[in-house]
Design a protein around this ligand. Structure first.
Ligand code: F6P
Length: 548
C-alpha cells in the first residue's frame, strides 16, 4: 500500500502551529524554565541506557501537543507500519525500505512479494560470521600462505561512509586487523592507501550495491592491476571479495560466487551498513561486536515502532527539526558529539539526512511550497568549541544542535572525562542562558576598567542565549549503543520525510552527477570532441586539456 500524501501545511495542526509560533517565537528558554518547575523532567525521555533531554528546546507543552497532532494528521502511525512491513514506500524506485529487517531476530517475519526475507538475511549473516572468523583467526590465508593483516574496503557513499564511521567510532573494540578505506575516484587516494601494503597479506572488500559505480569500479580495477603486478591470477580469489546485488557483474569482474556477499535492492545505500556492506565492520571488530551493533539498532527499532509518540525519541527529535526548519526558518542543524570517537558521525549523517530529505517535489509530484531537508554539519566537542561555536553563540543564525555525550569514557581517565563533560554541560547551559547586559557589567566591575571602556565593550560581550539544544547522554560508547544511536537518526529521517510528504529513499540528484561526469570524461579523453557546453565550462575543459 502506498504512503498517504498530505500537504503538511494544509493540516489544522500546521495552521495552529503557525499562530502558536507567533506567540512563542520571542519567549526565552530561561523564562520557560522559570515558569515550569517540571519542565526538565517532563521533556526528558529515559530509555535503556539513553537519557535524552529535549527541555532546552524552544517549545512548550502546547507546542509538543500540536506537533504530535501534526504527526497524527499526516498518519505517521500508519506510515511506520508500512515501513516495517515491507510496503513499497520507496515508490519512485518501486522498492520496499527494509534495513530494519536486517537487524530483526531469526523468528521475525517480513514479507517482500509474499516471501519472508528473514531466513535469507540470517543466511547472509552466517556467511559473514564464518568468513570473519576464518580471517580473524588466521584460517583464511593469502595465496602464499600468509595470514591476512590488512583489510581494504573499496566503495563510496553508503558503501563507504557507514562502515568507515562505525570502524572508526568503535576502534577501541578492534582486533589485530588494520582497516583502510578507498572511496574517492581521485587516483591519489588509492595510491596513498596501497603504498605501504603487502599484497600477500591484504584482503580487498569491493562494496557496491549496483556494481556500476564509476569510483568503485575504477578503484577496484586499478587496485587489482597493482595486485597482479606481483601476484598470479589464481591469487585473486584469496584476496578479493565483493558485496553487491549485481552478482553477474561481480562475476564478470573476476570474483568467484563463493566470495560474493549478496545484498537486496530493498536496502538503500545510505542505510546499508547493517547488510553485507558491513562486512568490513565485522572483520575489523569481530562478528560478536558486529552482531551487538545490529542488536542495538533492533532495540531502537522496537522503541520507535511501539512507543507512544510523546515518549518516542526519533519522533520527538524529528518533530523538533520540523519546528525549527519550518517555523523558525532555521536552515541547518549541528551534531556535536563529545567524544573524539564520533569524529566521522556528522559526515556519515550528512549522507543519511541530506541525500534522503533533500527533495523539493512532494509525493503527488508537485513542487513543495515549504522547506524540507536541513543542512547537517558538526565536529566533536571540545575541538568544535575552538572552531565554530562563536557563530552559534553570537552569530545571526539559529542553529539547533544535538549534543551527544557518554557517562563513561572507554579508558577511564576520570579527570579528562570530567573536563570533557563539563564543557558539554556548560555549553548547552550557556547557549540557553546567554549573558545579559547586567551580568556583563557586573563582571566588568570586578576588573579595573574605566566606565567608558566598560560602555564601549559591553555590547560585544552580551550573549542573547535562547539557542536550542537537545542533550543525549548515553552510558557508554559500545557497539550496541552506537547501533541504537544510528538507528535513532535513521528513524528521525523517516519521520521527517513522512511529515514533509516527500520520498526519502531515492536520490536522483546524485545520479544526475554520475551521468554528467561520464559524458565530459569522453571529451577529456578525445582529441577533437565537439563541445556543447556553456562558455565557462568550455573554458575550464579547454584549459585542463591544454595543460594536463
Ligand atoms: O551517492 C549515491 C549513491 O547511489 C548512494 O546512495 C550509494 O550509497 C552510493 O551511490 C554508492 O553506490 P553503490 O553501492 O551502488 O556503488
Amino acid at each position: 500500500m502506498a504512503l498517504k500524501a498530505t500537504n503538511p501545511t494544509s493540516t489544522n495542526s500546521w495552521k495552529k502551529l503557525q499562530s502558536h509560533f507567533d506567540h512563542i517565537k520571542s519567549k526565552h528558554l530561561k523564562d520557560l524554565f522559570k515558569s515550569d518547575a517540571q519542565r526538565a523532567k517532563d521533556l526528558t525521555i529515559k530509555w535503556e541506557d539513553f537519557y535524552v533531554d529535549f527541555s532546552k528546546n524552544r517549545i512548550t507543552k502546547e507546542t509538543l501537543d500540536l506537533l504530535l497532532d501534526l504527526a497524527n494528521e499526516v498518519q505517521l502511525k500508519d506510515a511506520i507500519s508500512k515501513y516495517f512491513e515491507g510496503d513499497i514506500i520507496n515508490a519512485t524506485e518501486s522498492r520496499a525500505v527494509l534495513h530494519t529487517a536486517l537487524r530483526a531476530p531469526k523468528n521475525a517475519k517480513v514479507l517482500v512479494d509474499g516471501v519472508n526475507v528473514i531466513p535469507e538475511v540470517h543466511e547472509v549473516k552466517k556467511k559473514i560470521e564464518d568468513f570473519t572468523n576464518s580471517v580473524v583467526n588466521g584460517n583464511h590465508k593469502g595465496f602464499t600462505g600468509k595470514v591476512i593483516t590488512d583489510v581494504v574496503n573499496i566503495g563510496i557513499g553508503g558503501s563507504d561512509l557507514g562502515p568507515a564511521m562505525v570502524v572508526d567510532s568503535l576502534q577501541y573494540y578492534k582486533n589485530h586487523l588494520t582497516t583502510h578505506f578507498v572511496s574517492n575516484v581521485d587516483g591519489d587516494h588509492y595510491q596513498e592507501v596501497i603504498k605501504n601494503l603487502n599484497p600477500e597479506t591484504t584482503l580487498f572488500v569491493i562494496v557496491s550495491k549496483t556494481f556500476t559505480t564509476q569510483e568503485t569500479l575504477s578503484n577496484a580495477n586499478s587496485i587489482r592491476a597493482w595486485f597482479l603486478e606481483s601476484q598470479p591470477k589464481e591469487a585473486v580469489s584469496k584476496h578479493f571479495v565483493a558485496v553487491s546485488t549485481n552478482i553477474n557483474s561481480v562475476k564478470a569482474f573476476g570474483i568467484e560466487e563463493t566470495n560474493i556477499f549478496p545484498m537486496k535492492d530493498w536496502v538503500g545505500g545510505r542505510f546499508s551498513l547493517w547488510s553485507a556492506v558491513g562486512l568490513t565492520i565485522s572483520l575489523a571488530l569481530g562478528y560478536k561486536n558486529y552482531e551487538s551493533l545490529l542488536e542495538g539498532a533492533h532495540k531502537m527499532d522496537e522503541h520507535f515502532r511501539s512507543s507512544d509518540f510523546e515518549n518516542n525519541i526519533p519522533v520527538i527529535s524529528a518533530l523538533l527539526t520540523i519546528w525549527y526548519n519550518n517555523f523558525f526558518e532555521a536552515e541547518s542543524e549541528a551534531i556535536i558529539p563529545y567524544t573524539q570517537y564520533l569524529n566521522q558521525f556528522a559526515t556519515y549523517l550528512q549522507q543519511g539526512i541530506m541525500e534522503s530529505n533533500g527533495k523539493s517535489v512532494d509525493r503527488d509530484g508537485n513542487k513543495v511550497n515549504y522547506q524540507t531537508g536541513t543542512l547537517i554539519w558538526g565536529e566533536p566537542g571540545t575541538n568544535s568549541q575552538h572552531a565554530f561555536f562563536q557563530l552559534i553563540h553570537q552569530g545571526t543564525k539559529l542553529i539547533p544542535a544535538d549534543f551527544i555525550g557518554f557517562v563513561e569514557s572507554l579508558y577511564g581517565n576520570k579527570d579528562h572525562h570530567d573536563k570533557l563533560m563539563s564543557n558539554y554541560f556548560a555549553q548547552t547551559e550557556a547557549l540557553m542562558n546567554g549573558k545579559t547586559e547586567a551580568e556583563v557589567r557586573s563582571e566588568f566591575n570586578e576588573n579595573s576598567l574605566s566606565q567608558e571602556e566598560i560602555n564601549t565593550l559591553t555590547p560585544f560581550k552580551i550573549f542573547e542565549g535562547n539557542k536550542p539544544t537537545t542533550s543525549l547522554l548515553i552510558q557508554k560508547l559500545t557497539p550496541e549503543s552506537l547501533g541504537k544511536l544510528i538507528a535513532m537518526y535513521e528513524h528521525k529521517i523517516f519521520v521527517q520525510g513522512i511529515v514533509w510528504n516527500i520520498y526519502s529513499y531515492d536520490q536522483f540528484g546524485v545520479e544526475l552527477g554520475k551521468q554528467l561526469a561520464k559524458s565530459i570524461l569522453k571529451e577529456l579523453k578525445e582529441d577533437n570532441s565537439s563541445s556543447k557546453h556553456d562558455a565557462s565550462t568550455q573554458g575550464l575543459v579547454t584549459f585542463y586539456k591544454e595543460n594536463c
